[in-house]
Design a protein around this ligand. Structure first.
Ligand code: B12
Ligand code: SF4
Length: 468
């Protein structure tokens, strides 16, 4: 693993799964194990983001796995129907995760727990990006990943010496991270609301540096990955638990294919396991037929690709260097030739967008028979360079609307009204019965078909006002 893969990452000789001396000593003084309540809040967006089956919250499962070494941990997930208690008297620490779209909800829970004199922790991408705002609603904000500051946080909780912000100076290598203990989610009474796909993590970070994405802000240029054996062991443990080889995994990585060598080695090994998988991926080397071949052979049934735009000026303006328009069709045909379906992400509302962007996207989707197109409106998330640039033009700062389905600012080359009309029309065109048949004919009868039918139903009733 060359050193330049680890920007600001602790050297591996610091690696130690044992508790360090000082924390060991502090833990020994803890007479009664403190009780944590970990909360995944449900957003209050008007869109369907948190409805239907949801993925198990790997972020909180990782926090729970770590915290359960020194504390008693209960995890509740409001998205599955778990109720957040009004009264937190059974707990010492109330720890909440938040993205922007559920920040309002997270803050309300935090305020309530603070008023009951609990230690309140806020973590996740939104509190990380808006430290000043988040510290108003909690005892401490955890900046970025919890693993890199765990020892300090755990000792302070036990000793009652909390700081306002916990932020690691260096990121720990991923090899040091414990395997997530899924029992925290699987044993919950509403576990049947979780998707069958098991979340898994092989890499962290993405140095591509798109200006609208929070990942480069949180992790900088670093790109870290777990040893391949650790990823495979985790997959095998789920195969053993479920008593079958054919287990579905969903990679939570920001960009799993960023290092081609690591990615293809991982896939070669996964091909021997007989699993199925899907992942977010950038296009950096997907135009090479051998990459699509190994993806298909290793059990990939769906790739989520951020095509973002068919407009070259937009791609340039967002810094998305990995997306080369001339490769788009080759990427798609390579994957299709190997039985991999495509969830294609497309964004609208950039300053360089015009009506032509919609026509070009429609043509691309239909000609290339993209199975599951997903459309969103560009959303400047706090903490990104794009947010700083657009702030004076942003229409609202109600975080419930930061779900990528709301109209955030008027683009320069198309009026807001035209933007939304075209946005609705495109979705209706792509998901009308005839278009679904054209894109999906002859493809396996699986959940992607069902998703198309659901989208047909949803888009038929769609109105531009829904996005305001
Ligand atoms: C995989 C992924 C998804 C998956 C799975 C989501 C899920 N349920 O977890 C899917 C595809 C479903 C998805 C959907 C969406 N996503 Co998404 N997604 C990601 C991605 C790439 C990785 C998230 C992840 O699981 N990482 C692995 C875990 C282990 O790491 P982690 O989340 O960072 O958690 C660690 C720390 O943050 C910290 N921590 C987190 N919470 C807490 C809490 C406490 C108390 C403590 C102590 C520590 C702590 O410790 C954790 C362990 O290390 C992130 C990018 C990113 N790096 O965050 C975007 C990201 C979170 N997604 C984003 C968006 C916009 C969305 C959608 C709104 C898109 C859409 N319109 O559908 C939806 C929203 C879904 C929802 N209800 O939250 C944005 C959010 C931006 C923002 N400011 O809110 C991100 C940051 C990408 C970006 N554009 O910058 N997403
Ligand atoms: S390629 Fe994806 S993960 Fe990487 S910076 Fe761009 S949007 Fe973020």
């Amino acid at each position: 693993m060359p050193a330049d893969y680890h920007h600001n990452v602790e050297a591996p000789n610091h690696l130690n799964d044992r508790l360090p001396e000082t924390l060991d000593r502090v833990v020994a003084k803890q007479k009664i194990r403190k009780k944590w309540l970990l909360i995944q809040p449900k957003s209050e967006t008007s869109m369907m983001v948190d409805s239907g089956s949801v993925s198990m919250p790997l972020n909180l499962i990782m926090v729970a796995t770590l915290a359960s070494r020194q504390f008693d941990v209960t995890l509740i997930d409001e998205r599955t129907g778990d109720q957040v208690p009004e009264d937190f008297s059974g707990y010492d620490i109330v720890a909440i995760t938040s993205r922007t779209l559920n920040a309002n909800k997270a803050y309300r829970i935090g305020d309530r727990a603070l008023s009951q004199k609990k230690i309140v922790l806020l973590g996740g991408v939104h509190p990380t990006m808006l430290l000043d705002e988040a510290t108003q609603h909690c005892t401490s904000v955890i900046y970025g990943e919890v693993e890199s500051i765990w020892n300090e946080l755990a000792s302070d909780i036990i000793q009652g010496t909390m700081k306002r912000i916990y932020r690691a100076q260096t990121l720990r290598p991923m090899t040091a991270m414990q395997s997530p203990d899924f029992s925290f989610a699987l044993n919950s009474k509403n576990a049947n609301r979780y998707s069958q796909r098991i979340p898994i993590l092989a890499t962290k970070g993405c140095p591509v540096g798109c200006n609208f994405c929070t990942t480069p802000t949180v992790y900088g240029k670093s790109y870290r990955y777990r040893e391949i054996d650790l990823v495979l062991d985790e997959m095998r443990s789920h195969q053993d638990r479920l008593g079958k080889r054919n287990v579905n995994f969903s990679f939570m990585d920001d960009n799993i294919s960023f290092r081609p060598q690591y990615f293809t080695e991982l896939l070669e090994e996964m091909a021997k396991l007989g699993v199925h998988w899907n992942a977010n991926i950038s296009m950096n080397f997907l135009h090479k037929p051998e990459v699509a071949e190994i993806a298909g052979r290793s059990g990939c049934d769906l790739m989520s690709i951020g095509f973002e735009s068919l407009n070259p000026d937009v791609l340039k303006s967002v810094n998305k260097g990995a997306n080369r328009l001339q490769n788009y069709s080759t990427v798609v045909s390579n994957l299709h030739n190997n039985g991999v379906a495509i969830q294609g992400y497309f964004m609208f509302g950039f300053d360089d967008d015009s009506e032509k962007s919609f026509q070009a996207t429609y043509d691309f989707i239909m000609q290339n028979r993209i199975e599951f197109p997903v459309f969103s409106l560009v959303t400047p998330f706090p903490g990104t360079p794009y947010y700083d640039e657009m702030k004076p033009r942003i229409r609202h700062f109600n975080w419930d609307k930061y779900d990528t389905y709301h109209y955030m600012f008027e683009p320069k080359k198309i009026s807001g009204e035209k933007l939304l009309d075209n946005f609705v029309k495109l979705q209706q065109e792509v998901y009308k019965g005839r278009s679904i048949m054209k894109r999906m004919y002859g493809k396996p009868l699986n959940w992607v078909w069902l998703a198309n039918l659901a989208m047909n139903n949803f888009t038929r009733k769609l109105k531009a006002e829904a996005f305001l």
